[in-house]
Design a protein around this ligand. Structure first.
Ligand code: 48H
Length: 263
């Protein structure tokens, strides 16, 4: 049978549209497909929640692909290794308490699990705003990254969600939108974004987890964004904190959703 260009085109448009239409209302919208966002997506979808993840770039994985200084190996401590083990990522002990993994295998394995458990990942879409109702986030405002890059004046579309995870890394983009546009105090000590500090791996890894929490009604921060928002250190290419943070955000939101389900 000769190949039909029209059928190929129809197939892509129909299937993509089905996927997007089915995602217009979800439990959790995750912004950013770095390590923390991907783990959160995998955990929440495994818990039976409807998850959409929006990633600005063509590729998922955020800063994990590049390991440290473009050497595509990552380092994890024992708690992070347990998460990699669970996702089927091969790790090698380097010295007591430190293991390494191939960053490509790590990104691919976590992403594969997220998609196979039902998370919808939309690449090439940027979140530019939130839907706001009475001082609570109710969803995300999305646009094609290409529109953003070309600086075109094209209005966005929206996706309703009960919760949002800002997993946009150092930039903390969703929380910046709140700070700029909503007349409110964030749930940080100063009520504002505290700002990221210089590199201190041990402290940063510990505080990433502490800082993974709700920062505005309906919005949780995870990964590097949590430290940027709550004013803690960066950690360099050790990724246990990112993985654990994604897991913690998923757990906190799952608990909230379960409470809401039961009345
Ligand atoms: C859609 C967006 C938007 C937007 C950004 O930076 P990431 O890898 O995020 P984390 O926090 O999971 O991991 C951080 C880690 O990679 C890292 O940078 C570390 C450990 N640094 C330590 C140090 O000392 O430097 O991924 C964030 C993702 C990226 O893919 C962005 O493209 C994406 O979010 N993103 N997607 N809409 N508005 N903003």
């Amino acid at each position: 049978m000769p190949l039909s260009e029209r059928t190929i085109t129809e197939a892509i448009i129909k299937r993509y549209t089905e996927k997007l239409l089915d995602s217009l209302k979800c439990d959790v919208a995750i912004v950013g497909a770095g390590p923390s966002g991907l783990v959160a997506a995998a955990d929440l979808s495994r818990a039976g929640r409807k998850v959409c993840l929006f990633e600005r770039k063509l590729s998922i994985g955020g800063g994990m692909w590049g390991g440290g200084m473009m050497m595509n190996e990552i380092v994890v401590q024992d708690e992070g290794k347990e998460i990699l083990d669970e996702f089927g990522v091969e790790t090698r002990t380097f010295s007591k308490g430190y293991s390494t993994a191939d960053s490509i295998e790590a990104v691919c394995s976590i992403c594969s699990r997220a998609v196979k458990t039902g998370a919808r990942i939309f690449n090439l879409i940027s979140v530019e705003d939130i839907i706001l109702r009475e001082n609570r986030a109710q969803g995300v405002v999305i646009n094609w990254t290409a529109v953003e890059m070309a600086a075109l004046h094209v209005d966005p579309l929206t996706v309703e969600s009960k919760y949002i995870i800002d997993a946009t890394g150092h930039a903390a983009e969703v929380v910046h939108v709140i700070e700029k546009k909503v007349d409110t105090r964030l749930l940080t000590p100063s009520g504002k974004i505290e700002g990221e500090k210089s590199l201190w791996a041990e402290k940063a890894e510990q505080t990433t987890l502490e800082n993974t929490r709700e920062v505005f009604p309906g919005i949780y921060v995870a990964g590097m964004c949590a430290n940027a928002v709550f004013g803690s250190y960066r950690m360099g290419p050790i990724f246990g904190g990112m993985l654990l943070s994604g897991r913690k955000a998923a757990k906190l939101i799952s608990e909230r959703l379960s409470e809401e389900d039961s009345g």
